[in-house]
Design a protein around this ligand. Structure first.
Ligand code: AP5
Length: 244
């Protein structure tokens, strides 16, 4: 048995591919996936008190107040499955206050992954992203099309990615393949700016275990890099458990 399971954090700008890679990491390493975005979206869908508060922040692309998110993450990390199987924390910590809260609890990752993707690609990914509300699986209207017509039928756009008024943003970059709307563009840019204004403080906290990965490659290629980062760490832990 592993005494000390694997503990991983994954970060990156909105649409850098965190959720997509987490799916593959969970399949391979069996970690408990804790995504603050997913936890908050579930609260919103269930119309809980937290959900009602979180909704207005999320829909406009702003960060939900630290105390709400932090208590949610603390509760989730303290459950038995996370302690036994190890965890994959996705989208948290996002601010220096959040990183500090984890530090106070003595919670540190073995590896801190940062997915790096250029801004213009991120915008295109946000606009083309679709979510399967039944399975939580993430698709893209161009790069990851749904497997069946039935899945395609039920796909939804996330409110923080949605569009209503038409705006031609093709001039922003030749890489933008999907026409943007005022709303979409503003929300996505706002999420990017918020990410950029917080990222340095969080990176500093985990500098000694941080690994930057080029996220602007096919998802399988990105995952190969992640796998070759995590496998040796896991092997070491298993060795320590059998010898110690
Ligand atoms: P959250 O859900 O964490 O959103 P985010 O950081 O904006 O990240 P995304 O989910 O947008 O992107 P992702 O990196 O997971 O990319 P994905 O795999 O989907 O948070 C949402 C909101 O909740 C926040 O704005 C905030 O309000 C609140 N919140 C969450 N955590 C918080 C915290 N700690 N504190 C306060 N508030 C918090 O991929 C994107 C698209 O690209 C998909 O269509 C996918 O198919 C495609 N794609 C993925 N990989 C590739 C690839 N390699 N090549 C081509 N396309 C790809």
């Amino acid at each position: 048995a592993i005494n000390e399971p694997l503990k991983v954090m994954i970060s990156g700008a909105p649409a850098s591919g965190k959720g997509t890679q987490c799916e593959l990491i969970v399949q391979k390493f069996g970690l408990v996936h804790i995504s603050t975005g997913d936890l908050l979206r579930a609260e919103v869908a269930a119309e809980t008190d937290i959900g009602v508060k979180a909704k207005e922040y999320m829909n406009t692309g702003r960060l939900v107040p630290d105390e709400i998110v932090t208590s949610m993450v603390r509760a989730r990390l303290s459950l038995q499955d996370a302690k036994e199987k190890g965890w994959l924390l996705d989208g948290y910590p996002r601010t220096s206050a959040q990183a500090q809260s984890l530090g106070e609890l003595g919670i540190r990752p073995d590896v801190y992954i940062v997915l790096e993707v250029p801004d213009e690609i991120l915008i295109n990914r946000c606009v083309g992203r679709r979510l399967d509300p039944m399975t939580g699986k993430i698709y893209h209207i161009q790069s990851f099309v749904p497997e069946t017509a039935e899945i395609k039928e039920r796909l939804v756009t996330r409110p923080d990615d949605t569009k209503d008024k038409v705006r031609n943003c093709f001039s922003t970059s030749t890489l933008l393949l999907v026409p943007l709307t005022v709303e979409t563009y503003d929300r996505v840019i706002s999420r990017l700016e918020i990410y950029k204004s917080n990222v340095e403080a969080v990176l500093t906290t985990y500098k000694n275990v941080m690994k930057k990965i080029d996220g602007n490659r096919p998802k399988e290629v990105v995952f190969e890099d992640i796998k070759s980062l995590l496998s040796p760490v896991l092997d070491e832990k298993m060795k320590a458990a059998t010898t110690g």
